[in-house]
Design a protein around this ligand. Structure first.
Ligand SMILES: [Zn+2]
Length: 268
């Protein structure tokens, strides 16, 4: 799935999780941003496709394979491997919290208690991990391709998902559902007193309904996008994913989304 939808999926989860915490607007905004970060981070393993990977990371770690080969392989640092696992979500979340603590500890004049810092910042860890999981869930219905899914239970060699229900990108319907979830969860509690009083339930229901609607969309695609390894039908499948969106969204909304897509510097 595209990186923008991934980031927003983490953010959507965070708009719900944040209602379970207390704090000022800035703290809540940071929590929501952390969800987006969790939604982004698993695809850090696509760095091997960066044009200067071989001359930087490749040279630094003395890697015998090119970034392109690494990307489609099953090394722990390949795409869809360790960074797309449950273990990575927890380890990276813990590492980030630890780094933030160390930075604060060094930069603050007062002694900073580790236990009270963790207590205060545990929500960031939780939201990061949840955002990370939202990313992993979003990758499950994409094609198997050369990986056969994602290494969800790494270090196990088994890859799960790769059902090919949806194409890699052009999933505008899913993007719009997630976008609406975020907007509703952020705006509704501010304009309605009743919703504000029940914001935990409200945002949870909105998130749940969004998930159900996404599942419906994922499972009612008219075209099949499943393939293993490489496919000669890549361009055809990509075209089909566009046709599918035009059918779902209608001509007007599709045209709008298509224009938005073309303005992006990455696959969307
Ligand atoms: Zn991914």
């Amino acid at each position: 799935m595209d990186i923008l939808t991934h980031a927003l999926s983490g953010m959507a989860v965070a708009t719900c999780a944040v209602t379970f915490t207390k704090g000022k607007a800035l703290r809540k905004a940071k929590v929501i941003f952390t969800g987006a970060l969790g939604g982004l981070l698993p695809d850090i393993d696509a760095v091997s496709m960066w044009s200067r990977f071989d001359s930087t990371f490749g040279a630094l770690f003395n890697l015998s394979d090119t970034g392109r080969v690494i990307y489609g392989s099953k090394f722990w640092y390949s795409h869809h491997a360790f960074f797309h696992s449950l273990l990575a979500s927890v380890l990276i979340g813990a590492l980030i919290i630890l780094l933030v603590y160390m930075f604060r500890h060094i930069s603050s004049k007062k002694k900073l208690s580790f236990s009270s810092f963790i207590q205060n910042h545990f929500i960031y860890f939780v939201v990061f991990v949840l955002g990370y999981w939202a990313h992993l869930a979003g990758d499950l219905p994409t094609p198997s391709s050369v990986w056969g899914g994602i290494a969800f239970l790494w270090p196990s060699d088994d890859y799960i998902g790769g059902s090919g229900n949806i194409w890699w990108w052009n999933n505008y319907d899913i993007f719009l559902l997630i976008f609406c979830c975020i907007v509703i969860n952020l705006i509704m509690p501010t304009i309605s007193k009743r919703i504000r009083a029940n914001k935990k339930v409200f945002t949870s229901v909105v998130l749940f309904v969004t998930l159900v609607l996404i599942l419906v969309q994922v499972n009612t695609r008219q075209y099949d996008y499943a393939y293993k390894g490489n496919t000669t039908k890549y361009a055809e499948m990509e075209q089909n994913s566009k046709k599918e969106q035009e059918r779902i969204l209608g001509k007007k909304l599709y045209r709008l989304m298509d224009r938005f897509d073309r303005s992006m510097k990455f696959h969307f």
